[in-house]
Design a binder for this molecule. Structure first.
Ligand SMILES: Cc1ncc(COP(=O)(O)O)c(C=O)c1O
Length: 393
């Protein structure tokens, strides 16, 4: 049963509810002689074919003198095919990476100096950065860290959120970063059905790496709950971090207010065109094949090889993403930030291999987060780590 305490008119800031958004003729008309937006009808002043191997072919940039579709409607249509159960394009928002979506969600719901958000550490660092930029408070309810499982402490999360009316957003991350853990559906539903009156955001940047037998995207929950907002990105499974395209999926009202608050043409034509190509049926199949190879490298090479390293302690988290969270221990078997940090710095500074030190995150003492790379990269990273760790007593 959806939460009865959610009322979007109470959640969204009064100035945003009243906002008269910037309107352009292109919201409604995009064909014919276009003399509405002070573009340059002569076109770009140089040869506009961009040859770019990263998008596998020639990109014909003939429309770059025109502003992009302010709502990216063609891309949204393809998102609907990718994520079954999302009712329509009015439920989909496009931002300049998920990072822009995070910022906009905070700006339209949280009053600076007054409101707050709830995060479940260890989690993605941008939620807190955006809170700090916007002068929004942060309440922490840690994930359960026993055994490195990193699941939600549902009771504590609900209690903290319901007990503090300043909290406007609960940030969940599934699979989590840096935990790699896909959150249990029953837990997510309990939070959505609780008496919390704010928005529950589920950041699914890594969702395509989850084994289908284990679970799927929570975007489908949008059809059931007005208070859920799911974020996805082209940066990970699609391998398109450079185009900066983030996707938000939520109730139509929330998407409406986000659209009103965003810059009119936030996502570029180049990004929209590449995303549209990436989301064709054939290219989604290619994405799934790459995801399959990365999962295989993760499960059949990286994790087994990490386990064999000197000072290996434990693999933490659920391994549901394209990275592995690995703990290193000292000669007494105690998690060692010194070892993890030392190996991290030596690898980056002298061995040309950059991984991420996560030892200061809650429940992640002694941990490095290692992204699954190509076969060759993974072999190099393991050999380098073996070399460095063998030299530590
Ligand atoms: C959990 C999570 N959310 C969002 C992002 C940012 O994604 P984007 O590239 O779409 O801004 C990242 C990037 O690492 C991430 O780990």
């Amino acid at each position: 049963m959806p939460s009865t305490s959610f009322d979007i008119k109470k959640l969204v800031r009064p100035n945003i509810l009243k906002l008269e958004p910037y309107r352009c003729a292109r919201d409604d008309y995009s064909e014919g002689i276009l003399l509405d937006a002070n573009e340059n009808s002569y076109g770009p002043a140089f040869q506009t074919t961009i040859v770019d191997d990263s998008i596998q072919g020639n990109y014909d940039a003939q429309n770059l003198h025109r502003y992009p579709d302010p709502l990216g409607r063609e891309v949204k249509q393809r998102i609907l095919k990718l994520r079954p159960g999302v009712p329509g394009i009015e439920n989909v928002f496009l931002g300049v990476g998920s990072d822009e979506v995070i910022d906009l969600l905070v700006r339209i719901t949280c009053q600076p100096g007054k409101d707050a958000m709830l995060i479940t550490p260890p989690t993605y660092g941008m939620y807190k950065v955006v809170a700090n930029i916007n002068d929004v408070g942060v309440v922490r309810v840690p994930l359960t860290t026993d055994g490195g499982s990193f699941q939600l402490d549902v009771d504590a999360t609900i209690e903290a959120a319901v007990g503090n009316p300043a909290i406007k957003i609960i940030w969940l991350c599934s699979p989590g970063n840096p935990t790699g853990t896909y959150l249990r559906e029953a837990d997510v539903r309990r939070i959505l059905e609780s008496a919390f009156s704010g928005l529950v955001v589920i950041d699914e940047a890594y969702v395509d790496f989850v084994e289908p037998s284990k679970g799927s995207s929570y975007a489908r929950l949008v059809a059931e709950y007005p208070n859920v907002f799911v974020m996805q990105t082209m940066s990970k499974s699609f391998g398109l971090a450079g185009i900066r395209l983030g996707v938000g999926i939520g109730c139509a009202d929330m998407v409406y207010y986000l659209n009103n608050a965003k810059a009119p043409y936030n996502v570029s034509t180049l990004s929209l065109d590449v995303a549209k190509q990436a989301l064709s049926d054939g290219n989604v199949q290619k994405m799934l094949a790459v995801v399959g190879s990365l999962r295989q490298q993760r499960d059949q090479y990286l994790i087994p090889e990490l386990r064999k390293l000197p000072h290996f302690g434990q693999i933490l988290g659920g391994n549901d993403a394209n990275f592995v969270l690995c703990r290193f221990v000292d000669s007494n078997g105690v998690a060692s930030n010194e070892i993890a940090k030392g190996v991290y710095a030596e690898m980056a500074e002298n061995r040309g291999c950059v991984v991420r030190y996560r030892g200061s995150d809650l429940g992640c003492a002694g941990c490095l987060r290692i992204t699954v790379g190509t076969e060759e990269e993974n072999r190099t990273v393991i050999a380098t780590m073996r070399d460095l760790l063998s030299a530590i007593p």
